[in-house]
Design a binder for this molecule. Sequence first.
Ligand code: F6P
Length: 377
Amino acid sequence: MGKCIGVLTAGGDSPGLNAAIRAIGKSALNAYNMQAIGFRDGFRGLMENRTVHLEGEILSGILTLGGTILGTSRDKPHKMPVGSKVQDMTEVMLDNYHRHNLEALICIGGGGTQKNAYRLAQAGMNVLTLPKTIDNDVAMTDITFGFDTALSIATDAIDRLHSTAHSHHRIIVVEIMGHNTGWLGLGAGVASGADVILIPEIPYDVNQVAEAIRRRRHRGKNFSIVAVSEGALSQEDAKELAQLKEKKLATKDEKKQKKVIAALEAFQTNHTTNTLRLSGQLEALTGLESRVTILGHLQRGGTPTATDRILATRLGAACVAAIEERRFGCMVAVKGESTELVDLADVVGKRKVVPLDHPWIRAALETGACLGNNLAV
Ligand code: F6P
């Protein structure tokens, strides 16, 4: 048997992970006579040397499965909690990498995983990554796998909310995942014809949202669908967040900085509170009854779409081809119908946000959606 490659999946799970694992295992064996092993539960499996051979039955029947057969975790391997302290596990992972005499390690994940993988590359491992996340926010790639499936699920959900909102003459505020970017919210909003679409890239004015709903009412439309990305902020909250970020940079005192960081973290996790507040405000400002639907983890579960299966399969196969060519320290990025190897140094620490001149924004405005700000066509 030839060379051995390692694979792990890290961060939030995403439809298409099993398709990628299958593609890596099968193309390694079929095309290059390599063997593949998987590490369980993300970087934790590499720390604890928990592995599974990726061959035969284990790769069979998984193309259509959601989740990841390897398991995943959101561990930061350079900062693992040990009692009240944190420990850098890089050396332990390096030992296990050598123990299996790995030719390369493939890390499949989103922005955080790209960062962790880059650290391992700097520590001396031959690392390659694949971009996956339902948020579609990884820099330097056209798209990430998992996004298309989540987009279909969110769109279908909003389609269903339309008929009940219409029947009851209600506002329905639907919260969509996406972390701090609006790809999923905007995409699902446009695809389902949401009346209001609020995304993190465009801080909103609740009065403008209410005005848009009132205008619809005057036209005889007694219901409205408000698609809100979990990371969307009101203009006031966006201002406060910017001030906190400045404060974090300016504060030297460790205790004070901890407080600022805690306040910043609260901003990341407060989305449901914000969504509920928005619904209450709209009820008060428009006189219409409002309900909230949080789509949550439904958007990440279940069978990947054909588009995600194809994308994950071609990325997995391209990654093994790159190993054969001994190209390391890169992410296998999507560029149109092709793939491209991008230096991990150019990927980490960046986030792909929705540009304000993106065609989806223009399409939303031109078809009459309110984006919560005075943006005009
Ligand atoms: O990154 C994917 C994602 O689903 C985000 O959209 C969301 O903010 C986050 O993960 C939720 O994470 P968890 O599953 O850890 O609650």
